[in-house]
Design a protein around this ligand. Sequence first.
Ligand SMILES: O=c1[nH]c(=O)c2[nH]c(=O)[nH]c2[nH]1
Length: 318
Amino acid sequence: MTVNSRPARPVILGQNQYGKAENRVVKITRDGATHHIKDLNVSVALSGDMDDVHYSGSNAHVLPTDTTKNTVFAKAKEHGIESAEQFGIHLARHFVTSQEVIHQARIRIEEYAWERIESSDANSRFIGADEVKHSFVRKGQETRLTQITYDGEKWEVVSGLKDLTVMNSTNSEFWGYIKDKYTTLQEAYDRILATSVAAQWRFNWTDDEQKMPHWEKSYEQVRKHMLQAFAETYSLSLQQTLYQMGSRIINNRSEIDEVRFSLPNKHHFLVDLEPFGLKNETADGAVYYAADRPYGLIEGTVLRDGCEARIPVDMTNL
Ligand SMILES: O=c1[nH]c(=O)c2[nH]c(=O)[nH]c2[nH]1
């Protein structure tokens, strides 16, 4: 026997910890029409009196990792997320003080920052000066892309971007779809709409050096129109939003004849907090689970009337 009266073992368990990693929790707070987002990736690692589960398989000291996940979502609703630090402190204290066998909790949090999308002049007159209050673009630059083809006579320039992540925390619905025996999706009348935009747009400039577009200005303007159309469309589907984004570009940028989008529907599911006695309803600011896969993938081309579609269907990311 060893000093602490465990049987002598030829192989000794060293440091160990466990918990649910990468809980993607999104909390929307509604302050009237103004919404606020906290978007976190929370990883829980607990350690303590855990020899038995490793040596004998007894789970008597194990708080399931599934419970640690539920705790993250329930605490986001119950306690709120003022800051990642404050939320992490609250969680760590909860795990260590509520279970005698847990002696240490390590909470790691990544926070994804979002900025509000500025509205177009026309729309700000309509909604009253301010920015759109429920539309956000994720901070951190997207990747800008271009492809130039030249056959000695004519040029073809297709530019684009990828990884431009946007979210509307309201003004999105999805209902009235086909229901067959495999359909379980509930109709949504107020859902989060989020996507990571990949887009390419084809310039109609082919050869006249005097009439070359101002590439930098064009990019900025296309990006702006795309974001504003996303923010200002009351969406009944991501497909409808796609068409609005494309047509806003075609209508405002005469140098562009064709736009193609690949839009993953970044699903945010309302977390069921009923088992913990918590109501989690969209109307009073809710906690969502941001799922990464599988995802709906909505793709399509928007063209100036009379123009030919030339961006290849599978050229999602140049
Ligand atoms: O905007 C959407 N378009 C769909 O085609 C679709 N399908 C689905 O399950 N959810 C959604 N959302």
